[in-house]
Write a protein that binds this ligand. Structure first.
Ligand code: CTP
Ligand code: MG
Length: 173
């Protein structure tokens, strides 16, 4: 049971990084409005610098909170610095993975905000896990990857339906 809580704590910074930009993002797009070789936008208006910074910032903040307050029985790193690092890596992994997903969507001619099965939900998770694994090879197992994939897909879908109901997001995906 404690294992379940630990895995959720482990991925929480990435989930916050992935969800907060919808509330606080906006402003200059990361691709500065530029098109790729195919004449479509590189990333599109849904990826902004403010959203990127919001994602990295919140994940880093959660990492700092872990490093200060996580009790020993929930610890998953040996030293407190690793939690700050976890936050930063999760923030960058999430926002880069999310931007990568948009890059792929634009190349496949999906317009900004169009739903795309799996591309919307998973690149941020896998890039984050890859970065965290590179930092500490023992931290993620194949089993974790499997069930985080299922959890992330479900959480992402449910969160988007809620965001849509509350009017924070125009569409429910
Ligand atoms: N957002 C942002 N900056 C980011 C990521 C997200 O400002 N780096 C904000 C945008 O307002 C975006 C919203 O969060 O519309 C939801 O994010 P997401 O679903 O990832 O973007 P989409 O608009 O669906 O665009 P895409 O088709 O490229 O996924
Ligand atoms: Mg979307």
């Amino acid at each position: 049971m404690i294992w379940v809580i630990k895995v959720i704590l482990f991925i929480l910074p990435a989930y916050f990084a992935n969800s907060l930009p919808v509330l606080l993002g906006g402003g200059k797009p990361m691709d500065f409005g530029m098109n790729f070789m195919d004449g479509k936008r590189i990333l599109g208006d849904g990826k902004t610098w403010r959203g990127f910074a919001t994602g990295v910032g919140i994940a880093w903040l959660i990492g700092c909170i872990y490093s200060l307050y996580l009790p020993d029985w929930l610890a998953f790193y040996d030293d407190s610095f690793s939690y700050v690092f976890l936050g930063l890596i999760s923030g960058f992994g999430t926002m880069l993975g999310d931007a990568l997903g948009s890059f792929v969507k634009r190349r496949l001619h999906f317009s900004r905000g169009a739903p795309s099965f799996l591309i919307d939900q998973l690149p941020f998770l896998y890039l984050t896990l890859l970065f965290l694994w590179l930092y500490d090879l023992s931290i993620v197992s194949w089993f974790d990857i499997f069930w985080l994939t299922v959890l992330t897909y479900l959480v992402h879908r449910i969160a988007n339906v809620i965001a849509n109901r509350f009017g924070w997001k125009k569409v429910s995906w």
